[in-house]
Ligand binder design. Sequence first.
Ligand code: HEC
Length: 155
Amino acid sequence: MIATRHFALFAAIAALTYLAAACSSEEKPQQPAFDADNVQIVKAPINPNGDSELALLMRAMYEEADRMKKAIERGEQPEITLDYDKILTAEATEPEKAASATYKVHAQSYLQTLKALESAELAEAKVLFDEMVDSCMGCHSALCPGPKARIKKLY
Ligand code: HEC
């Protein structure tokens, strides 16, 4: 019974890891194994489902960007609800990536495009939205090419 449950948990984590758009399609990011009885030995604050804080934030960013795009298409002001500054502190699957100067530069430029979009007139919103997506793509080209095909759909 216990073995079955562990297998089910392992299979679920494996499936999620596989489904999640990893940074590189060839090389999967290393994730510490999740051990419910021994959580303190896991170094990075990885969620029980195996996703890093940054991966979860990114997924929410993608969904919010998709909602913004649809709002702009309907002629409505896009709504910004996420705490985007978390991009600077969220724990990544590969912490050395988020700690790099390259990451920080791209993160700042992304936050700037977002700020511009936030205070934009509706008439400029589409152009500024595309600039925001450019900045997603810029960081992903430099550090995390895996999700680029998906991000492109936001244009
Ligand atoms: C400053 C760099 C940077 C910027 C800007 C950035 N990303 Fe990411 N993104 C990353 C990194 C690094 C990861 C890997 C996260 C991890 O696994 O911990 C990631 C992961 C992702 C993922 C995969 C999440 C998953 O399911 O594992 C998606 C989708 C994504 N980003 C979309 C976006 C979108 C959309 C934007 C712009 C709105 C964006 N990113 C902006 C660096 C960035």
